[in-house]
Design a protein around this ligand. Structure first.
Ligand code: GSH
Length: 218
């Protein structure tokens, strides 16, 4: 892929969503450069002209001319465009749709529940125990769903690691870092725990997690 121009990824070090995209780029060996936005700048011009939602990640791909935001859409774009050998995706039926199913479960289920748990635990000005309890229950529920789906399997879809598996890693590692009891809780979900260890041992993932840690991110 050396003839490709680097994809520009707008991100900030702390958030889990841009690092999901980094992991996919690393897995696919697609060249990229990162622009680290100060969080205070992402709700303002010029950034909101790229991403009116004022969040990261956003990519610009000079090879195709696209500007794209929402991590799930970016991941789908990257595998559709650059995973011609289907290293981390499928073009077979029904695997192609099952991988999409799990990616959508990640962006609509895992990410928001984990994010709200962290918000109500650490950032909300009042301590609302019922909200904390609600989101704790939901994060555990997400883990239990994945645990059940992984019964007797190494990966979520079709016996190989796909972008869908990879999309779950960063929220989990952030949660474990900021909520220490999370690490313990994952252990009761033995399929889930073993799967996470398997994913984190992949060279592209280990490299990304290491770089993220050196930047002081969880
Ligand atoms: N649904 C979006 C969520 C993006 C998101 O919430 N990004 C966080 C970083 S992980 C962010 O930009 N937070 C800064 C803010 O909300 O101001 C996606 O998956 O891309």
């Amino acid at each position: 892929m050396s003839e490709l121009k680097p994809i520009v990824l707008y991100q900030h070090a702390q958030g889990p969503n841009p690092w999901k995209v980094v992991m996919i780029l690393e897995e696919l060996g697609v060249p990229y450069e990162e622009i680290f936005q100060d969080p205070s700048t992402i709700k303002q011009e010029p950034y909101i002209s790229l991403n009116p939602n004022g969040r990261v990640p956003t990519i610009q791909d000079p090879n195709t001319g696209i500007t794209l935001w929402e991590s799930g859409a970016i991941i789908e774009y990257l595998v559709d465009t650059y995973d011609k050998e289907k290293k981390i995706s499928f073009d077979t039926f029904p695997e192609k749709y099952h991988a999409k199913q799990f990616l959508i479960f990640q962006v609509s289920g895992q990410g928001p529940y984990y994010g709200q748990l962290a918000f109500f635990k650490f950032f909300h000005p009042e301590k609302v125990e019922s909200a904390i309890q609600r989101y704790e229950e939901q994060t555990l529920r997400v883990m239990s769903v994945l645990d059940k789906c992984l019964e007797g399997k190494e990966y979520l879809v079709g016996g190989k690691c796909t972008y869908a598996d990879i999309s779950f890693i960063t929220w989990e590692t952030v949660a474990q870092a900021i909520i220490p009891e999370f690490g313990e809780k994952t252990k009761q979900y033995t399929n889930y725990h073993a799967w996470l260890q398997r994913l984190m041992a992949r060279p592209a993932i280990a490299k990304t997690l290491e770089r993220k840690a050196t930047m002081g991110a969880h």
